[in-house]
Structures are given as C-alpha cells and as structure tokens.
Write a protein that binds this ligand. Sequence first.
Ligand code: IMP
Length: 424
Amino acid sequence: MKNKNYILVGLQWGDEGKGKIVDMLSRNFDVVARYQGGANAGHTIIIDGKKTVLHLIPSGIFTENIICIIGNGTVIDPDALINEIELLEKDGIKLENRLFISKDAHIILPYHKIIDAINESKSDKIGTTKKGIGPSYYDKYARRGIKFSDFENRTVLKEKISKNLDYLLGIFPDSDELKSLDAQKLYEELSANYAGVEKYFVQTQYMINKLVSEGKNVLLEGAQGALLDVDFGTYPYITSSNPTSGGACTGTGIPPTKINGVIGIVKAYTTRVGEGPFPTELFDETGKKIAEIGVEFGATTGRPRRCGWLDLVALKYAVVINGVTELALTKSDVLDSFEEIKLCTHYELNGEIIDTFPSNPFVLDYVNPVYKSFKGWMTELKGKTAYNDLSENFRGYVEFIENYIGVPVKYVSTGPARSDIIIK
Ligand code: IMP
C-alpha cells in the first residue's frame, strides 16, 4: 500500500471497530488524520492487553514516527483534548512534532455542552453523546462559530464569546447553567487551556498537501458511521458532520484527486446507540446474547448499544455513497457460538420487496427485514492466522456478503487485540 492515500469509513451507525483497524493499518502510512466529529467518538485500541480509548487524537498515534493530524472538519473541546494529550504522555507517547491540529477546527465551548443537554432533556431527543457536537456545528454553519484561529485576534475572540453567550441567553432564558456563565471568565479559561496546547496548532491544510506532494501516504480516519451522516444518514437521528468519504476532503483539505481508495469497516452484526430507526434490531435473547458477548456498551458514554443482524441493504447503500473499494469485517468472533446467523437481504415495505435504503426514518420504521439464514460456524475464529484455516461456514458467509455488495473483504478481525487480524 505504498504511495497511497486512503479514507477509512464506518459503514453502519458507528462502533464498527475502526480504531483497531486504523492502528493495524498505520504501519503502511506516514500520516493518519481525523476529518470530522469530535470527542463523541471512542476509538478503542488494545495493545499487549492494555486498552486505550481515543476520542480526538487519530488511532495511528501508537505507531512510531507517524504524523497525526486533527483536521479542520472536526470540532474540539479543549478540555477533552488536554485530557487525551496527558493520558498519552503518561503512557510515554511523544506528541511534539507528531501531533498537529487545524487552526480552522471549531472550538466546543462549555455553552455547547449545556445546550446539547437541554435539547436532550426534551421528549424528541436524538440520544446524542452530550459532548456539544451538534451545537458547535450549528454555530459553525450559522457563521458565529469560534475557531482556534480566532486566537490570532484576541479582541475579536472576546467579543465573539460575549455575543454568542448573549444570543444563547436570548434563546434559552430559563437556563440557570447558561446564566451562570461569564464571558470574560470563559475567555480566560479558554486562553489558559490554549496556552498549553498552542504548539500543536497549524494550518493543517497546507501541511497535509505538502506531505502528499512529498510522496507520503495518508490515512484519513472517519469517526461515527455512514448511517449517522448529516446528509445521507437517518436524519434527524444522525450526528452533525459528514463521516462519509466526501467529508474526508472537506475536513482536511486533501483534494479528491489525491484519494486512491476507501476502506469500509463493517461489523458482522449491527449496533446503534441513541434514538432512530434500526430495521434489523433484535429485542429477543439473540439480541441480548450479541450485546453480552460483543460487550456492546458505548466507548464514550457507556450506554448499552442496541443490537441486531447485519443489514446488507443498509450496507450496500453505505458502500455506494462512500465508493468503498475494500472491506474490513470486524467482530465476527462474537458470532462464534450462534447456531443460526442471519443476513438481511431485502426489506418488505407495504407488501413490496425493496433493496434500497429509505433514509427517511419514518419509512424505515415501517420496513420489515427479509432474512437469509446461515448455519453458524460454531468454532473459534480467534487464533487462526490464515483465511483458509477459517471454517467453511464462515467463509461462505463472507462470500455471500462480498457477492451481494460487490466489494472484497480484505481484512477479517478475529478478536479485540491488535494481533487478532487476518489479511485475506
Ligand atoms: P452526537 O454526535 O453526540 O451529536 O450524537 C448524535 C448521534 O450520533 C447519537 O445517536 C449518538 O449516539 C451517535 N454517535 C455519535 N458519536 C458516535 C460514535 O462514535 N459511535 C456511535 N454512535 C455515535
């Protein structure tokens, strides 16, 4: 995979196991960059039995000498950033001259988290991570957002904080939490935080293009998943950014002409956290068993994840809109002890059979999944090192997915550790 720039995307509702695959692939790359989202992400990496959950810093950070970039398309909570830097430094990971953060990334301020919580206290909640992601992005698009580059003019920065706070108090006049905020204090706290991390901030759009022109390989690490995309996901039950591959260009400044391929990450079953439609969701013992064996609890919020069978209709949709060229199949080992495994191949909608994904959540609520049943492999995948050593039933299951989707499965993850991986 030399001299190539790849985008890595989650193809479901997030939590596909992207962190592990990015960490594993990092050795083939010189640069790993995050392009959207913020600390709502939780990318888990297990090396020599030690588990780390990264929320902002790219999952390539554990590979020596790799440059890690947090791109302009992300939204950054300075507190979360500082916590993560400290956590990594405590583990002996050197970040200076390795971590670079875009001055054009927008800042998540305390009021964004307060508004996220206010919105989530209502009956029509989305089930967000309450990290202030949505409110920060809507300030961005309303053109009143605050970027790290605003530190270049402190007078304007101070005015912006004050104006934004006044504006929000006008919208949420009853919020005691908002009323307790003071613009000057917010400015001072933000400035103090920034002073500690200022050295990491550059115009990463120049940097990433320079690295590409020097022949370096870049891996663009998506967070969340295609079905949470603000444009293509199950709106309004989505995150507020573009996890799909197009977002990698706008979120870093790397042009589409420099992209060589898109790696799609798909879990062998489906999970979702928060509200929103989920056609293959299981409410029975099988769903419970998947959740238990798969330890399906949010890496960021600890919330239990909803579980169900793999939905090929949704997967094919995600593959198409992302231009996926190869797949990584994760967590198949969770299904090792299932006698029957199902794949959803079609939906039944008002008596009609369809194979397209209606992104409208109210339509999706009405579809009935049509399943193809497979005999489980009933043997451990973990520990195997060659694809052909895996059970025939499992290989048949993989082959069906490949044929349905029209994209090859290149990586099979057989367990949580860095080493539990088979390259096909
Ligand atoms: P937000 O991104 O915090 O605004 O949350 C919006 C929706 O995206 C909610 O359903 C969250 O549960 C979901 N979400 C956000 N980040 C992740 C993630 O990293 N994994 C899975 N779901 C996520």
